[in-house]
Design a protein around this ligand. Sequence first.
Ligand code: ADP
Length: 255
Amino acid sequence: MFNLFKKKTPVESCVAVSEKAEKSVSDFISVTAHQLKTPFTSIKWAIELMQKGEMGPLTEDQKILLDKMYSSTLHASRLISEMLNAYRLESGSSVFDFELADDLADVLKRSIEEIRPLAENKKIVIETEISSELPTNLYIDHDKIEDVFQILLENAIKYTNAGGKILVKFALNKDGAVFSFADSGIGISKESQVNIFKKFFRTYRANEKEHDGSGLGLFIAKSIVERHQGQISFQSEENKGSTFFVTLPFGEKIK
Ligand code: ADP
């Protein structure tokens, strides 16, 4: 109460200014992403109409061009959704709907089956060690935890060379549920490891290998896991592979 009018130190002032600037940037990104959502939906719809031949027959060259336009539009739409998702999580406006996770193993298995075709295209094998034990006091937002699994599985596939291997494990321990996603991929250099959960961060090698990433996936995954009072971490060695760990604690339903 007595330091109500205390002058800020130079460092405190700088932190306040940079927090304010960061918030303005976040707000700007959110508004822009929101504005872009509708035009991209229209563009996607128009391309689909043309692809179906509803605007007249297409030449082979026109079909190829439309396919390229369609995949670029999907990429842009996905980027916009990820930006909005990241902003909502960061600002606390994302709504979580916690329910008993008595089907946790099934949620994981479903995510793996959804993504398996992507792995098969790259001749990557996904192996699993999934316990059938069911938690009786663990609450999750099912859709959001599925998003976390999708992000980690997709990354494991993206950053693993053709012919590689991914091992997914799930088990309960005395504190909660423990998941791990291990790949035999390109790994993450020591210097990059401190930045890996930061918004928009991508390693130099990831940029070279996969142009499509946004650098938002792990930020989103971390925000979701932490909202569940859980933890996300990883171990990685360049050219050997990476393992991401997620733990979700037992406990009362989170408010
Ligand atoms: P994106 O994959 O869209 O770039 P993410 O936030 O999901 O964004 O990941 C951030 C960065 O972390 C990636 O660009 C990549 O450099 C690195 N990364 C994430 N997962 C892996 C992995 N399994 N193996 C190697 N690098 C990874």
